[in-house]
Design a protein around this ligand. Sequence first.
Ligand SMILES: [Mg+2]
Length: 277
Amino acid sequence: MPKVLRKLFGSDSGPPLLPDNLLPDLVQRKPILLCLDYDGTISEIAREPKLARPVDKVVEVLRLLAAHRGSVETALISGRSLRDLRSMLPVPPGIALAGVHGLQLLDATGKIEVARGVRECRDDLEVVRTWLDHNLPANSGFIIENKGVAIALHYRQAAGPMAHYVRDSFEQFIIECTASLRARHGKMVIEALPKIASKANALRALWGRVGDEYEPVYFGDDLTDEDAFTELAARGISVLVGEPRRTAARYRVRAPADVVRALQALVTTLETSANVS
Ligand SMILES: [Mg+2]
């Protein structure tokens, strides 16, 4: 691709790999707000959402990070509901959670908040539920995930042409028949989601809580992480997890195991500085 086009549209070869010393150097200068997506970022992508267990050592490293609050405030930001997210891993005390793209927030002290405006979307969510009840072909591999404040349709196990037909019809229905919702595309999933929900909003809410002196660092793999990457275009560090693609992220790591390694390096730096001082 010519250089001028690459500047305009980004490159499919993706951003450069995250330098090993970037986060350890940063945390010695500034406190960090560390935001981690769950699926595909600290868990491997699984055939079914309920099988996406956390990768090795991640719970341990989260526990160690939680012991360094003040230097690092850690938050998990997921499209999953809070209940679902907590069923996937034992979240150590001191880690904040944002569920359903920020519609549900649990802070590090255990207080839960639901985003303003969710109540106004309930009728539209009910209409979506009814549409799915009537329009999904039986035994065709689709999985409906009801998150209460949103509804996701997973089509990973549905046959290609059928999956695409249903996905497109569902998207059209959301656009034409539900004023308060939008269609959100992820990896083999489409979601009917209140328009107010986004991971960028979740990031802003968490950042607002910890304060502007914190430098945000965000790891994510999914298309739904892109608006958070964009949010950090002017300030902060955004890291795509996985294969290179066109992205707003500034850096990339290859796989969830590399995220854990980056977090371990951060912990080592924090522990070394704590011992020195
Ligand atoms: Mg993900």
